[in-house]
Design a protein around this ligand. Structure first.
Ligand code: NAD
Length: 403
């Protein structure tokens, strides 16, 4: 099969194996170049929940190829069939495992629902097996919780909860940019009901992160010097009505609540070294193109940050997180007044935000291609799915069975 991108309503329905492979390899090279293993300081065993793409994939790559860690990864990805490609995460995982093996690094990847008790039990078993294979104690040094999911089935009740991206209290109306053709539209959303808020918190809040920590503790798999991290986004005020003050923001508040809980139950008891929520930069991942306002803001943000020499992708962000925040020279973890790690610091810099706000005001359909980085946004979106990657022959036949 010759694989061409299938895009419907800003969602890409397929993936290119060779493009995903090239993209993962690029991230591996970056991590190798900018991180250095330090015996006794950097992690030996990492568990990454949501390991197949975006921030989770970068976190796994950085732990393995930057620090030489054994990694166990959990994600939920679609395998290829005779007629359909697998999801990009499937090919990312495959490349990761293949490159790890070549580099002599132990890695185990599990495909299944991270919210279920079953996959948690399997992950514990995989951690033990991976540690045994590598000849190290089965004690996890870093737990990364990087799930982004639209649904969650609660293992206790069996009820499936669905998250929504909606404002709270008042309707939302905002300018949206279609990154495929540069056209503008108005996105409108009615305020969420109480039930929708609760459901979104159930899916994207911190309950499941805590369940993971409980299981790992019960199974004796946490190192006393372990870090546990989950990721969040805050962003500029212009997005707050739909993001920070909306349903997703409520879920992220719950993630911070869970973090405080984990610290009082685990860090205070000296079971781990600490848990943090890290605030990361806005980047293009699978769902970025469908959140109102975000594509317009991100295209202007990328333009400004590239002009200022401050632009970063997932791997650059995570390398900075590990090197300058977690595994620092003096062992201290710099945090803000709310005990959050900030690697969105460059995005939120006063001069960056001022330049982005002014730019957003002057953008029209006539200058959108010249004055924003819509091309960069689209490229990143395609690259996430394995398309538009340098050096890949997109006219070449791909045997999906072999893949
Ligand atoms: P992503 O879509 O690239 O990755 C999500 C991961 O979760 C994938 O590995 C996927 O397989 C996994 N997953 C989803 N449902 C699952 C399930 N039921 N079981 C097992 N695995 C499952 O997402 P991302 O953009 O990297 O986001 C990760 C985290 O980072 C989220 O908490 C997000 O809010 C946060 N964040 C994202 C951005 C951004 O701009 N993308 C910015 C700041 C923070």
């Amino acid at each position: 099969m010759i694989i061409k991108p299938m895009i419907r309503n800003n969602i890409c329905l397929n993936a290119h194996p060779a493009g995903c492979e090239a993209s993962v390899k690029k991230q591996i090279e970056y991590a190798k170049k900018y991180l250095t293993k330090t015996e006794g300081k950097t992690p030996k065993l990492a568990l990454v929940i949501g390991c197949s793409s975006g921030y989770g994939l970068a976190s796994r790559i950085a732990a393995a190829f930057g620090y030489g860690a054994v990694t166990v990864g959990v994600s939920y990805e679609k395998e290829p069939s005779a007629k359909h490609t697998g999801s990009f995460g499937f090919y990312n995982n495959k490349t990761f495992d293949c490159e790890a093996e070549k580099a002599g690094l132990v890695s185990v990847t599990l495909n299944g629902d991270a919210f279920s008790d079953e996959i948690k039990a399997k992950a514990c078993e995989a951690v033990r097996q991976a540690a045994e294979k590598a000849g190290i104690p089965a004690k996890i040094d870093i737990v990364i919780y990087s799930l982004a999911s639209p649904v969650r089935t609660d293992p206790k009740t069996g009820i499936m909860h669905k998250s929504v991206i909606k404002p709270i209290g008042a309707p939302f109306s905002g300018k949206t940019l279609n990154m495929m053709d540069g056209s503008f539209g108005i996105a409108e959303a009615e305020p969420a009901s109480e039930e929708e808020i609760l459901n979104t918190v159930k899916v994207m809040g911190g309950e499941d992160w805590e369940l993971w920590m409980d299981v790992l503790d019960k199974e004796g798999l946490l190192s006393q010097k372990a870090y546990s991290l989950a990721y969040t986004y805050i962003g500029p005020e212009l997005s707050w009505a739909i993001y920070k003050n909306g349903t997703i923001g409520k879920a992220k508040e719950d993630l911070e609540r869970a973090c405080r809980d984990i610290n009082s139950r685990f860090t205070a008891q000296k079971k781990i070294k600490g848990a943090w929520v890290s605030v990361n930069k806005a980047l293009v991942t699978r769902s970025s193109a469908v959140i109102p306002v975000i594509p317009f803001y991100v295209t202007c943000l990328f333009k400004v940050m590239k002009e200022m020499g401050l632009h970063e992708g997932c791997i650059e962000q995570i390398v900075r997180l590990y090197r300058d925040r977690l595994y620092t020279f003096d062992g201290l973890v710099p945090v803000d007044s709310e005990n959050r790690i900030r690697i969105d610091d460059w995005e939120m810099r006063g001069d960056v935000q001022e330049a982005v706000t002014s730019r957003m005001k002057i953008i029209t359909p006539d200058n959108v291609f010249a004055e924003t980085d819509i091309a960069g946004f689209k490229h990143d979106f395609m690259e996430v799915h394995g398309f538009d990657v340098d050096g890949v022959d997109y006219e070449a036949y791909v045997d999906l069975d072999a893949e």
